[in-house]
Design a protein around this ligand. Structure first.
Ligand code: GLN
Ligand code: ZN
Length: 756
């Protein structure tokens, strides 16, 4: 048995690529030093894979910034505004990623978008009518040639034409079809270059095949590849899919002359079913994506080996593979020194996944692997009870419908709340965080390093809260916040205060370009054993006659920004976290807090790629998990939520079904479309659509905010509209924050007066 991987992380074990790239951006090193660092890193990674017996080591999975950007560059899809800067190749490449502002002009960057259902962001290609797509050079084989010199055979990896064209943005009149001939020729040239360089296998990634496809899409895919594959020569072509199953085109891709097809068995719920039903062509190799490329747990050898046996019964030519590129997991567990071995032995990051795959291949070749110590140890690992808390399980098991419903319908509650809170029309508020000044950050850092006691730390945090309340009163906001000075991150803070979470020191995963994330890990059942926010919130409320919102992060967002467990369902995890947040909500209410905000910034993030799966696989229980947090409060307690980063138009009724009383959201790009959609859907939740963009230091003036409010009033009844910035203010400076909020309050007052 052999194994393959789809791609490897690229930031470097100690984020060497990040540090080098950032130095290059600051002009501290030149391009040679940067590309040299990259080449050394690559070589090191191939050697690790070679030592671990990987038969299909990928090359060109490496990137200085992003693989989709590499593809655009490779295909000469470079918008004119970057060419006009006349930079060298690397300069042009980075100007597309980051824009350019300087002596030569002011050129904006290409847009960035979430890569399917991951937290990785890719650069969106822009195709205009005048552009000619053609292969720029055979630089995509640089890695292959470098590896060959080292005596390592690799499988070059490129993004396929279908996915490239489907994800591109068309800025002129031409659409994907208009680029067919050009792109076919470019990929034919790619195959020719592979033949010249004696490439054995070329992996072409086509993740777009797991999306909902129309018949026209499938026809287009077939048309592209029927032409491209005629020039295959001696190169074997692996069609690689990931992030789901190919239910809309399985027959078509099997009929095309690919030499291998890579399918995802982890997220592809129908993959096994498709093969069982339609078989698998005997002239092709099946690359079976059984090792989860997106999560960090040890695989169950028993499950993987069983599936491999079933597959081999259908088609003997099976290669074990990952479900997607390992780009989405950190490098190695060996770098984690603080976690106990009892915890760590459950984890497999990229290096450990190589070891696992090597071991599974060895086991699969044995006459009876069930006797092998490695197999037995793996089975024992998966049978442990270390991660289960009986009390938590009993609580989630006893949940019933009443746990998800507030006692009074929203319309009636809203009347009671308005009477109680006595807020003016168009109430003003903010999203939660205030600028994280040097003093705020240094307080947290000192506490982390043990330089100050917890009492000192909390006393300092309270001093920041006091200033923040005074500031908001001075500005004249109606509903205040405590400022979130005790949090560096809205998920990490709650994770750290909940039993069941574990944190890593070095488990970085690329988010985009040089930016990384270090998601916390849901290790065991989640439980709230102590009060988390009440002390701060009650203190803030004691300082003012106005209401200060209790500020929490909701269960869907907490889970979506963590590495989830695989041994229990997403629904169970969300309910566990939901109950923990509910305990906090109830405590806040008891402490006299009359408005509680439960942030769901990442609510839409794990929405399934296929519409048919939206409800049953996600929304149905995500909505319930949110409702679970707030169902037990009194009708007069006002529940707020906040969302950002995404296009919500398509899930407006679902957001309403979360049954919050008020929602604030960020949607600077497509705000008016969303507002129209709210109107069409008779959205009932009171709404604060965000009157200015906090992602830039720009200060909006009063007239501009008034204009935004007027636009909103055309679509939202005045009794339902809130006035607020579009997200938290923690990344902003103090001065611009005060100025912007002052204008916001002034604008709200002016419009209020005009409505009276
Ligand atoms: N309450 C959080 C804040 O204001 C929300 C952050 C977010 O939406 N990303 O910072
Ligand atoms: Zn936000």
């Amino acid at each position: 048995m052999q194994y393959s991987i789809i791609g490897f992380p690229r930031i470097g074990l100690n984020r060497e690529l990040k540090w080098a790239t950032e130095k290059y951006f600051r002009n501290e090193i030149d391009r040679h030093a940067l590309t040299n660092t990259a080449a050394v890193l690559r070589a090191g990674q191939w050697k690790v894979q070679q030592a671990a017996g990987n038969a299909f080591i990928p090359s060109n999975d490496y990137s200085l910034y992003d693989g989709m950007l590499d593809t655009a560059y490779m295909l000469s899809a470079i918008p004119e505004r970057y060419e006009e800067l006349h930079f060298d190749d690397i300069g042009t490449y980075f100007s597309m990623a980051r824009g350019y502002q300087g002596r030569l002009g002011d050129v904006r960057a290409c847009a960035m978008k979430k890569w399917f259902n991951t937290n990785y962001h890719y650069i969106v290609s822009e195709l205009d009518d005048g552009m000619q797509i053609k292969l720029k050079s055979d630089a995509f084989l640089d890695g292959f040639r470098q590896a060959s010199h080292l005596g390592i055979k690799t499988k070059p990896v490129i993004v396929g034409p279908f996915t490239f064209l489907k994800l591109a943005r068309y800025t002129g009149n031409k659409t994907a079809a208009g680029f067919t001939e050009d792109i076919v020729n470019a990929y034919i040239d790619i195959l020719k270059a592979c033949n010249t360089n004696q490439v054995e296998w070329l992996q072409i990634d086509e993740p777009y095949l797991v999306m909902d496809l129309t018949d026209a899409d499938t026809v287009f895919f077939k048309r592209l590849y029927t032409q491209i594959l005629t020039e295959k020569g001696n190169v074997k072509v692996l069609l690689q899919t990931y992030f789901g199953d190919v239910r809309d085109c399985y027959g078509e891709i099997c009929a095309l002359p690919f030499d291998g097809i890579g399918l995802d068995f982890v997220e592809g719920k129908q993959t096994s079913g498709l093969i069982a039903k339609y078989g698998f062509p005997s002239d092709k190799i099946l690359f079976a994506g059984l090792i989860n490329g997106k999560n960090i747990w040890r695989s169950s050898y028993a499950d993987v080996l069983k599936t491999l046996e079933d597959l081999k019964a259908i088609n003997p030519q099976v290669v074990l593979s990952t479900s997607c590129s390992l780009l989405h997991v950190p490098y190695t567990v060996k770098q984690e020194t603080k976690l106990s071995n009892g915890i760590k032995r459950h984890f497999a990051f990229a290096y450990e996944k190589l070891e696992e795959m090597q071991e599974i291949c060895r086991l699969s070749d044995l006459p009876d692997y069930t006797k092998d110590p490695a197999f037995i140890a793996n089975q024992e690992l998966h049978q442990g009870t270390l991660r289960t808390d009986a009390e938590v399980r009993a609580r989630t098991a006893s949940l019933n419908e009443a746990d998800f419903h507030r006692e009074m319908p929203r319309k009636e509650r809203q009347g009671i709340q308005h009477k109680r809170l006595q807020l003016p029309l168009l109430p003003t508020t903010t999203i939660g965080s205030f600028p994280q000044t040097a003093a705020v950050k240094s307080n947290r850092a000192k506490f982390r390093r043990g330089e100050i006691s917890e009492t000192e730390y909390r006393t300092n945090a309270k001093a920041f809260i006091k200033d923040c309340i005074a500031l908001q009163e001075k500005i004249g906001l109606d509903v205040l916040v405590h400022g979130e000075f005790e949090r560096n991150d809205m998920v990490e803070f709650f994770g750290e205060n909940l039993t069941g979470y574990v944190f890593t020191d070095n488990a970085w995963v690329q988010s985009y370009g040089t930016r990384g994330l270090k998601p916390p890990i849901v290790f065991g059942d989640i439980k709230r054993e102590k009060s988390i926010t009440t002390d701060y919130i009650a203190y803030a409320n004691s300082l003012t006659d106005k209401d200060v919102k209790g500020m929490l992060t909701g269960p869907v967002t907490i889970l979506n920004w963590s590495f989830p467990r695989e041994d229990i369902s997403v629904q169970e995890m969300m309910n566990q976290i939901g109950l923990a947040i509910r305990d906090e909500v109830m405590e806040l209410e008891k402490a006299g807090v009359r408005i509680i905000q439960i942030d769901e910034a990442a609510f839409r993030e794990k929405l399934p790629l296929r519409r048919a799966d939206w409800h049953k696989d996600y929304l149905d229980f995500a909505i319930k998990a949110f409702r679970l947090c707030s169902a037990k409060v009194k009708p007069e307690t006002q529940i707020h939520t906040h969302m950002c980063y995404s296009e919500f138009e398509e899930i407006i009724p679902e957001i309403d079904a979360m049954d919050a009383d008020v929602i604030t959201f960020e949607a600077s790009r497509s705000k008016l479309t969303i507002l129209d959609s709210l109107k069409v859907n008779h959205f009932e939740t009171e709404t604060g659509p965000g009157v200015y963009d906090i992602h830039s230091p720009r200060i909006p003036d009063t007239a501009e905010i008034e204009h935004a409010i007027q636009e909103m009033l055309k679509r939202i009844p005045k009794q339902q509209l809130w006035i607020n910035p579009d997200c938290g203010l923690k990344t902003r400076g103090e001065k611009e924050t005060v100025a912007s909020l002052t204008h916001l309050v002034e604008a709200a007052k002016n419009i209020r007066a005009s409505l009276a």
